[in-house]
Design a protein around this ligand. Structure first.
Ligand SMILES: Cc1cc2nc3c(=O)[nH]c(=O)nc-3n(C[C@H](O)[C@H](O)[C@H](O)COP(=O)(O)O)c2cc1C
Length: 305
């Protein structure tokens, strides 16, 4: 039996629900040495900022129990080089291209959205709102419903493509932020970004990361991510992409059952670049076993009884 893995998301048709997560797949060039990018449901690029950024000094990454902490500092080539050097490569891939952007002012986000959404073959813009707002003393845009809505509304006003708001889990009420970005015009939501944390080297008594704090990702965060995805998907009408600690077909199935229309895989692909293909196989095998012809059959099906 042929299984239909196609899903609709925010006006896009994704060939399957497995996408890469921002910052864990660069701009796709390295991964193309390992496998055919056309097999992916979509590529989400590293966050692009107005100017190139070298990021924080090393150490930028620390392994933790069942996860990793990173303080990369949004290292990226900047918008000019992204458009001249990276987009031509991405355009060749027969998959959906979601460009992730970040800034320190609302104006940064607006200018990035204007330029990127005018590029051919950009299917959607994913807005990384986990960035400090310099006009508000460095508080992250995504830390409050108002801050999140401010960025999303401004980007939506100028965008020619769907706007996906990527939520930060470092808030007390994720549903309030999700509803605020929905009201501000977001076409979809992705969650979660990393959870703030740290690690200390007891031999030296110093923080293990040069930046002190970093973002926790990997299997350690999956239960938190899954819970947030369920809460958000049950409280908004726009579609949701789930991510956080996914590394197997069964992880994907959990996120889909919780209400996500698609998922992204980040940390798992550092250890296993082919994880995307394995996960697609495992998902397909499950659907076959359960007699489902379409992956959409299982979206939002989790029950309490
Ligand atoms: C090394 C690294 C770099 C990341 N860079 C970005 C980034 O540039 N923009 C962004 O929105 N998220 C970034 N993230 C967060 C991931 O996209 C993802 O939200 C998070 O890691 C949870 O998924 P995972 O557990 O599958 O990695 C980064 C994560 C890691 C581990």
């Amino acid at each position: 039996m042929g299984i239909d893995l196609q899903v609709k998301f925010a006006g896009l048709t994704l060939k399957n629900p497995i996408l890469t997560a921002s910052g864990c797949f660069g701009y796709g060039e390295e991964a193309a040495d390992f496998f055919d990018l056309d097999k992916l449901g979509g590529i989400v690029t590293k966050t692009i900022t107005p100017l190139p950024r070298t990021g924080h000094p090393p150490p930028k990454v620390v392994e933790t129990d069942s996860g990793m902490l990173n303080a990369i500092g949004l290292t990226n080539v900047g918008i000019d080089k992204f458009i001249s050097d990276k987009m031509p490569f991405l355009r060749q891939a027969d998959t959906s291209i979601l460009v992730n952007i970040g800034g320190t002012t609302v104006d940064d986000y607006v200018k990035l959205t204007e330029r990127i959404s005018a590029e051919s073959d950009v299917d959607a813009i994913e807005i990384n709102i986990s960035c400090p707002n310099v006009d508000r003393g460095g508080l992250e845009f995504g830390a409050s419903p108002e801050g999140a809505a401010l960025v999303i509304r401004a980007c939506k006003d100028v965008s020619k493509v769907p706007i996906i708001s990527k939520l930060s889990p470092n808030v007390t009420d994720i549903v309030a932020v999700a509803k605020a970005v929905e009201d501000a015009g977001a076409d979809g939501i992705s969650l979660i970004n990393t959870l703030v944390g740290t690690a200390i080297d007891i031999k030296t008594g110093k923080f293990k990361l040069s930046n002190g704090f970093g973002g926790l990702s990997g299997p350690a965060i999956k239960p938190v991510a899954l819970g947030m995805v369920y809460k958000v998907a049950s409280n908004v009408k726009i579609p949701v992409i789930g991510l956080g600690g996914i590394s197997s077909g069964s992880d994907v199935i959990e996120f889909l059952m919780a209400g996500a229309s698609a998922v992204q895989i980040g940390t798992a692909c550092f250890a296993e670049p082919l994880v995307f293909l394995r996960v697609i196989e495992e998902l397909t095998a499950y659907l076959e076993r359960k007699g489902h012809a379409n992956v959409t059959d299982i979206i939002g099906t989790v029950r309490k009884d």
